[in-house]
Every structure is written in C-alpha cells, then in structure tokens.
Design a binder for this molecule. Structure first.
Ligand code: ZN
Length: 211
C-alpha cells in the first residue's frame, strides 16, 4: 500500500498569506536547559500550510472547522493534473478534463506544486486557482471537498466569489496541498483538521492512499 503525505511541513520559512503572521514555534521548556521535557508553543494563523477553510472564514454567522462533515474529509478522491499552460481553472478548463458525472472529492495538481520543491520561497500572488465558473461546474458534479496546491482555492486578487459559492454550498476547501510527487488518478483521502472550536480554518494533516 502506497501512502502519499501531501501535507506541507509547518516551519518558520514556509510562505504565509500576505498580512498573516509568520509561523512561529518557540521552545518554552528545554531539556538542555535543565527542564524535565521539551515543550513547544505555536503561533500562526489557521490558514498556514496545509489547512481547511470553514464556512465562517468568509460567511459571518455560519459554522467553524469543528462542525465540518467528516464524510467529506475521508473517502475516494480524484487527483486531476492540469498542464502548466493553465493559469486559471475555469469552466472551459474543466470541460477538457472529462470529469465523471459524480466527483465528491477532487484535488487539482497544477504548476503550483513545483513551488513546494522549494518550500521556503516567497509568497506567489500569481498562483493557479479556481474562478467562479469552475466552482459552479464542480457543484454540478456533487463535489464535497476541493483541494488546491497553493494557499487559496480562489485567485489572489478576487477571493470572494469562489469562496462564497463553495463555502455557502457546504463544500470543504482544502488549501496548500503538495501534489508534486503524486501521479494523477484515484486515491483515498484522509484529511483531518485540528478540532478548533468555531475556528475559520485549521491545519490538516492530509494523506492519500493508493487504491
Ligand atoms: Zn484558508
């Protein structure tokens, strides 16, 4: 059984969304200083690294990550690879892909994944993401989880339409997966976000298991 860990390693040099705090980890207790144990404190935005978005990230008064449906987070998933010529995932791009009638979980492998071969790169604003037309097509296919290989499902300059449509429909958005080593095809996904009360997002260790 082959398992792919598609999670980014959380480390201070990982790029974060502009304006979000850098990933900070501090050893509060240190064995080398005479403490009985090592204890680390974390400080970062919940949208750092591989993470999910909950509806309340964009839609006030809705629910947080602790209420996300587990049946969306675990199950069969399709990894679709798009050519490097694709800068924006639109309905037209998806029309070339020949999606099955029902696709409950889908991950998009784009040229973004090459960026994770150098995790300490500067944040890229020109990453590949989905526009509103692509979101509509995926909803027609019954999607429950969408994963992308950079830090937002929507283009940098225009986040709201895609997020609003998908989060409003209850779709789990998985952002910041590294698909560099993953061939396109069918897998089982296990995406388990940290259970933070009412939070708008959470880091999510995510693996794919070959079927
Ligand atoms: Zn996010």
């Amino acid at each position: 059984m082959k398992i792919y860990d598609i999670s980014l390693t959380l480390a201070p040099e990982l790029p974060v969304w502009p304006g979000d705090p850098k990933i900070f980890m501090e050893r509060l207790q240190k064995i080398e200083d005479g403490d009985a144990v090592n204890v680390t404190r974390l400080d970062f935005a919940v949208h750092a690294g591989t993470h999910v978005d909950a509806p309340v990230h964009w839609l006030a008064g809705t629910y947080g990550v602790d209420q996300l449906p587990l049946d969306a987070l675990v199950g069969p998933v399709l990894v679709v690879e798009l050519p490097d010529s694709v800068d924006l995932i639109t309905a037209d791009v998806l029309a070339q892909v020949n999606l099955p009638v029902i696709v409950e979980r889908i991950l998009f492998k784009t040229k973004n994944s090459a960026l994770w071969t150098k995790p300490e790169h500067e944040f890229q604003t020109g990453f590949v993401a989905l526009d509103e037309s692509a979101a509509r097509v995926l909803l027609e296919h019954g999607v429950k989880l969408i994963g992308v290989d950079y830090l937002s499902v929507a283009p940098f300059s225009n986040g709201r339409p895609t997020h609003e449509l998908l989060l409003g429909a209850g779709v789990v958005l998985l952002e910041g997966v590294n698909l560099w080593e993953v061939p396109p095809g069918n897998y089982e996904i296990y995406c388990l976000p940290v259970k933070l009360a009412g939070a708008d997002g959470a880091p999510a260790r995510t693996i794919l298991v070959e079927r």
